[in-house]
Design a protein around this ligand. Structure first.
Ligand SMILES: Nc1ncnc2c1ncn2[C@@H]1O[C@H](COP(=O)(O)OP(=O)(O)OP(=O)(O)O)[C@@H](O)[C@H]1O
Ligand SMILES: [Mg+2]
Length: 255
């Protein structure tokens, strides 16, 4: 199962990624949680101590040079298909059955430009989507960076997290268009931070056909966990009861 999570800034992508990773790990499944947001925060949401957070792959100059056979100042040629199969196990942080990979950001001028860093990340994401049996969860930004036509079909599900605000719902439409462009087959929404008593009708209308897979209510304990820099996963009966139906619907998309 390969899950990508996108959505406007601050809607709860990292929260959902961490909840799902822990839920599946607790069920005995191996999970690779991938922080694909250049501003990486998944480690703390998972509960990985700061001193164990791995260096982002995009900042590992030696690794990038070795794998892509690029050396700064020695011409502009580099491998577009570097060897990456060992990276998920070697350069991750482990928390029980969860492995965390931090991709990091690539700062290149202009769009569509390819550099050794982005070639390595692209190869790594392709490997994670096409070459692993583990559950892979990609915590992304408000876009679909790293996903392309070659890997679109391998994404079991793109979850767009929205909150009741119109801006996140507009962002969801943009993300759906990007998914359509590259051919990601299943795009669904999870409504997060829904205030008690609020109806879903207006959100459903604004989503304009993106099906709502599940709802996570506004929850003080989730906010408090972030304030305290603790993991979001509480493993309490109430949280499991909330997550179980959502997970069941996600699993229905597994090929
Ligand atoms: N259901 C919820 N109830 C209350 N607070 C929540 C809920 N979900 C997330 N939050 C809080 O909202 C904030 C943003 O959440 P999170 O970091 O998961 O969002 P994000 O989409 O990953 O943000 P970014 O775009 O910055 O990566 C955090 O402080 C988090 O604790
Ligand atoms: Mg985030």
């Amino acid at each position: 199962m390969k899950i990508a999570i996108s959505g406007k800034g601050g809607v709860g992508k990292t929260t959902l990624a961490a909840l799902l990773a822990h839920y599946w790990a607790q069920q005995g499944r191996e999970v690779i949680a991938v922080d694909a947001d250049p501003v990486a925060t998944l480690a703390s949401a998972l509960g990985i101590p700061a001193d164990q957070v791995p260096t982002p792959i995009s900042e590992m100059q030696e690794l990038i040079e070795e794998r892509t056979e690029s050396k700064k100042g020695y011409g502009t040629y580099f491998k577009l298909n570097p060897h990456v199969e060992d990276i998920p196990d070697t350069y991750c942080a482990r928390l029980g059955r969860i492995r965390l990979l931090v991709l990091g950001g690539v700062t290149t001028g202009g769009s569509g430009c390819i550099c050794p860093e982005s070639a390595l990340l692209k190869a790594l994401v392709t490997h994670l989507l096409l070459g692993r049996r583990d559950i892979v969860i990609l915590d992304m930004e408000a876009g679909i960076e790293h996903l392309g036509r070659a890997t679109a079909e391998a994404v079991s599900l793109m979850i767009v997290v929205v909150d009741p605000g119109q801006r996140s719902l507009t962002a969801a439409q943009t993300i759906r268009r990007l998914c359509d462009d590259v051919g990601i087959p299943h795009v669904v929404a999870v409504v997060n931070k829904l205030p008690a008593g609020m109806s879903l009708a207006a959100i459903e209308k604004s989503l304009d056909g993106i099906p709502i897979l599940g709802v996570i209510p506004y929850d003080e304990t989730i906010m408090q966990a972030d304030i305290d820099n603790r993991t979001i996963f509480t493993n309490t009966p109430a949280q499991l009861a909330l997550l179980a139906p959502l997970v069941a619907k996600i699993e229905a998309f597994e090929k």
